[in-house]
Design a protein around this ligand. Sequence first.
Ligand code: ZN
Ligand code: MN
Length: 141
Amino acid sequence: MNKKGFLRKTKQREVILSVLRSTKSHPTADWVYQEVRKEMPNISLGTIYRNLKILTEMGEATELSYGSTYSRFDGNAEEHYHFVCESCDNVFDIDMPIIEELEREVEAKMGVKVSRHRLEFYGKCEECLAKETEQKKNLAN
Ligand code: ZN
Ligand code: MN
């Protein structure tokens, strides 16, 4: 690849990462594509996918798949837990420290060396709970 081609690729990756980091919503590749296109109209969805994969391999992003049809991406490279709303499919960061003791426990139990762990909680988000309460109120009237 010549220098110009290399610089273009670097620039693309920078824009994709900054778009990913601009949101806390854990977007799909398609959402990232729509946003990046505002700045780089000629970019293709394939390029977005390729770069998201590279960013994930570089440890700059995380790919989250929760058995849904498409993956979501997280530009927050710090380890953190997630809450997944089963009603609206939104994924939220949980602001609490990683439980290191869990890793020690697994190591002691299995004789392994744990390097990291992921934890997801499922249920109904605050907004969906509020909607539900509202609906119940309306039904009662
Ligand atoms: Zn929800
Ligand atoms: Mn996250």
